[in-house]
Design a protein. Sequence first.
Length: 349
Amino acid sequence: MIIYDTIIIGGGQAGLSVAYFLRRSSLEYLILDNQKKPGGAWLETWESLQLFSPTQFSSISGWQMPKSKGEYPTKKEFIDYLNAYQERYDFPVQRNTAVIQVEKESGIFKIVTNRGVFHAKTVVSTTGTAKNPFVPNYPNQSDFEGTQLHSVEYRNPMIFNGKKVLVVGGGNSGAQILSEVSKVAEAKWVTLEPPQFMPEDIDGRYLFNQANSSYLDNNTQNFEEEVSLSDIVQVESVKEGLKRGIYKAVRPFHSFYKHGVIWQNGEKEVFHAVIWCTGFRANLQHLEALNIIEDNRVKTKNTRSLKEPNLWLVGYGKWTGFASATIYGVGKTARATANEIRAHFKTES
Ligand code: FAD
């Protein structure tokens, strides 16, 4: 039986970043990923998606992303980069391998997959959030006879041609999807709060520079007060939508009925479809048997589980490190994680 020193579950940008920092160690490690090619969540996004991070902030550790054609990279440019990154460093990745459950037996992790059982002394979970889309609950949601889909299922606006569509969610996804849906359909936008757009002259570069310097100063509280990584970046489609005046958001409705929604004032409005651009939660299902999940999170010190100290979690959100769920931010937590794993094996030997 082979017992790996480390198995990384998930071969997206977070998994590859951890692998980058482990590759020069003598540790025997393996990445398991359930997709057939590199790209992680980016493979499951809409066709016209533009990253909100400019090229220099869309690079993972060690190798700068080649300059994109436009100001902001397209999804294809970023997926190509991840493919080239994996090839460049020749990481040991086993694809088409879905981890079903992680168990612990006699101090060793038993990793049950659709392609057999793997064993490891330590595990890094980097399974992202895309497999766990979040849709809020509204009264009578199941009565609605129209189409409901999450942004993760949305590909392009064609099926909404001539329809009445409600786009829910005030982040980058909602703004980009609304822009193209509103060209073919009558679209309305629902957001919890009035949406916040980054000023045109202050683009994603500024946001990420601020994030970086605040991080380096260890001053993340001020950062959160001044700027937010969730403000809508004015990529081309958003600029164009602003010019058309489409971003008139209204606050949430009260409930659903058969043909649409009922607003807070009791008025009914017909909609053929609702697109939920309401985000994601950490995808941790495979860790359930370890009994460490509380409120869809694992208690950690930095990225290391407190209850299961041979397990690290990287890239899920603020709770796994500042800006760790962004391309630019994940590198710092990946490096720290690899260092901790190395130190763990040193003290063991
Ligand atoms: P993922 O990319 O989801 O990778 C996880 C991998 O693990 C996937 O391949 C998945 O299939 C696999 N996996 C999951 N479960 C299992 C399992 N049980 N067994 C085996 N494999 C498994 N960030 C930025 O910095 N800039 C942006 O412009 C930006 N735009 C975004 C736009 C959208 C629409 C979204 C949703 C996010 C965006 N982000 C952006 C945030 C973030 O960079 C991405 O979500 C990124 O994909 C996260 O990478 P990850 O490696 O953590 O997770």
